[in-house]
Design a binder for this molecule. Structure first.
Ligand SMILES: [Zn+2]
Length: 79
């Protein structure tokens, strides 16, 4: 009986250790994906003049449309 209890204790300890490592890793990987996705969305622009969709990762607030050359301002902020 003592040996069985020891094995259960080891099993529980391992379980806690795995969850202890796994949970922060899962949370971290999820937030990382979310941050990456929002960064990609931020670099996508749609021209307000010709409705042309293009990618500009350099500019965050103001971007120039490569098709018609008009200035596009990031509306709102926070989505
Ligand atoms: Zn345009």
């Amino acid at each position: 009986m003592i040996r069985l209890e020891f094995e259960i204790a080891v099993f529980l300890y391992l379980l806690i250790a795995i969850f202890g490592f796994l949970t922060p890793w899962l949370v971290f990987s999820k937030t990382r994906v979310r941050a990456k996705r929002s960064a990609q969305l931020e670099s996508i622009w749609q021209c307000s003049i010709c409705t042309y969709i293009y990618v500009d990762s350099k500019n965050k607030i103001l971007s120039i449309c490569p098709r018609c050359g008009s200035y596009n301002e990031r509306e709102g902020g926070g989505h």
